[in-house]
Ligand binder design. Structure first.
Ligand SMILES: NC(=O)c1ccc[n+]([C@@H]2O[C@H](COP(=O)([O-])OP(=O)(O)OC[C@H]3O[C@@H](n4cnc5c(N)ncnc54)[C@H](O)[C@@H]3O)[C@@H](O)[C@H]2O)c1
Length: 355
């Protein structure tokens, strides 16, 4: 993403993992909030044809491509590494980037296990480099609006969040053979959004995970989870990637309950919020609540917003919102749910050790 003619290029980046999501990253680098801030100096993929294809599609014929990340980082000495590889490759790719002195921005999930995630947080701390995770689905207008509504206290005190996610998605590729595919590859977004909207920490979870009859995945295409969050807030999640028909939005469909009222969002453009407006009646009278816009438009552009936040963190020295040291709490929700499903028991989620 050469920024020639766009003013000074601030940072040089190598991108590893040139599959479908990488196309979204290349597009984001050309969006107004990022234009001219990052120059791609190399593409790496274990499949050489994938890197060449992406280079050609991006219209950057001079961009070096390779299969050896070490060699590419040694040759180009970039400021940052963009990690868009499959989850199984994440630990080694991030560790290699940090070893070469790069700031690293990774796709979700931040690691394939909590042990790996802890190790990466430690490595980034020791290397004094920014390590952050793309939780693009918290950088959208709807999630920011709910966060703002909860923060203003318009619904009273928050008591519960409920999310439904049902999409009969036929991807092909790594997801078809992945273990715990829904929880690890998709629910991480919804769990992270719930944590962000509520401002609460996960405490414990009970989860039932299954691969429903007729599923075209190898493992874990459906899950039902009940989380206990701090301050007695409940979060429930019902999800399936093997449910045909009546798809929800990719953002899930949400019900947010406070002591004074309820907010509904279908994950797209349908909103409804009411609060109690009177003391009498079996069902109390309700008044419609205005749903506020997001506090900052710049935080509503998905990948563009996450990458911009990462760049800003490097510029200012302030930790990014999705720093690995914080995002590990969302990953802990996923692995808590996986462990609960395995043991068929309530699982506590220890987050102090990540602080
Ligand atoms: N944030 C989102 O909304 C979102 C959406 C889709 C995918 N993703 C995430 O992006 C990542 C990539 O997903 P995808 O859909 O692009 O997958 P993909 O299979 O289309 O592409 C992954 C690419 O990485 C390459 N690769 C694998 N291991 C590698 C390694 N060690 N070093 C270099 N290259 C390697 C593969 O050859 C492939 O070309 C996953 O973690 C996925 O969960 C995020």
């Amino acid at each position: 993403m050469s920024a020639e003619g766009q003013g000074t290029v601030a940072y040089r980046a190598v991108l590893a993992g040139c599959g479908s999501m990488a196309r979204g990253w290349i597009k984001a680098l050309g969006e107004p909030g990022l234009l001219g801030k990052v120059e791609l100096v190399g593409l790496v993929d274990t499949d050489p044809s994938a890197a060449i294809r992406l280079r050609d599609e991006a219209g950057l014929p001079e961009l070096p491509t390779g299969t050896d990340l070490h060699a590419m980082l040694a040759a180009t000495k970039p400021d940052m590494l963009f990690d868009v590889v499959v989850p199984a490759g994440r630990r080694d790719v991030v560790a290699t980037g940090l070893w070469h002195g790069c700031h690293v921005l990774s796709e979700k999930p931040m690691a394939a296990s909590l042990e790996e995630a802890r190790e990466l947080v430690r490595l980034a701390r020791d290397a004094k480099r920014v390590h952050a995770v793309v939780q693009n689905r918290r950088y959208i207008a709807g999630v920011r609006r709910i966060r703002r509504m909860i923060e203003t206290g318009a619904l009273g005190e928050l008591t519960a969040l409920h999310a439904d996610f049902f999409i009969g998605a036929h991807f092909g590729g790594f997801r078809d053979v992945m273990q715990n595919v829904l929880l690890l590859d998709m629910a991480i977004h919804t769990f992270d959004a719930a944590r962000f909207m509520s401002g609460k920490d996960p405490v414990a979870v009970y989860c039932h995970e299954s691969n429903p009859r007729g599923s075209w995945y190898a493992h874990g295409a459906a899950a039902n989870a009940i989380f206990e969050l701090s301050d007695d807030v409940a979060f429930t999640y019902r999800g399936s990637w093997a449910a045909e028909g009546a798809n929800t939005s990719w953002e899930s469909s949400w019900r947010i309950v406070g002591t004074r009222g309820t907010l509904l969002w279908d994950g797209a453009d349908r909103w409804e919020a009411h609060v109690v407006n009177g003391q009498d009646g079996f069902l109390r009278p309700l008044a419609e609540l205005e749903i506020l816009p997001p506090a900052y438009d710049a935080q509503t552009h998905g990948h563009e917003s996450v990458i911009a936040e990462f760049v800003r963190a490097i510029e200012t020295g302030r930790a990014p919102e999705t720093a690995g040291s914080d995002n590990i709490k969302s990953l802990a929700m996923v692995f808590g749910a996986i462990e609960s499903a395995r043991t068929r028991a309530r699982q506590t989620i220890q987050i102090e050790e990540f602080a």
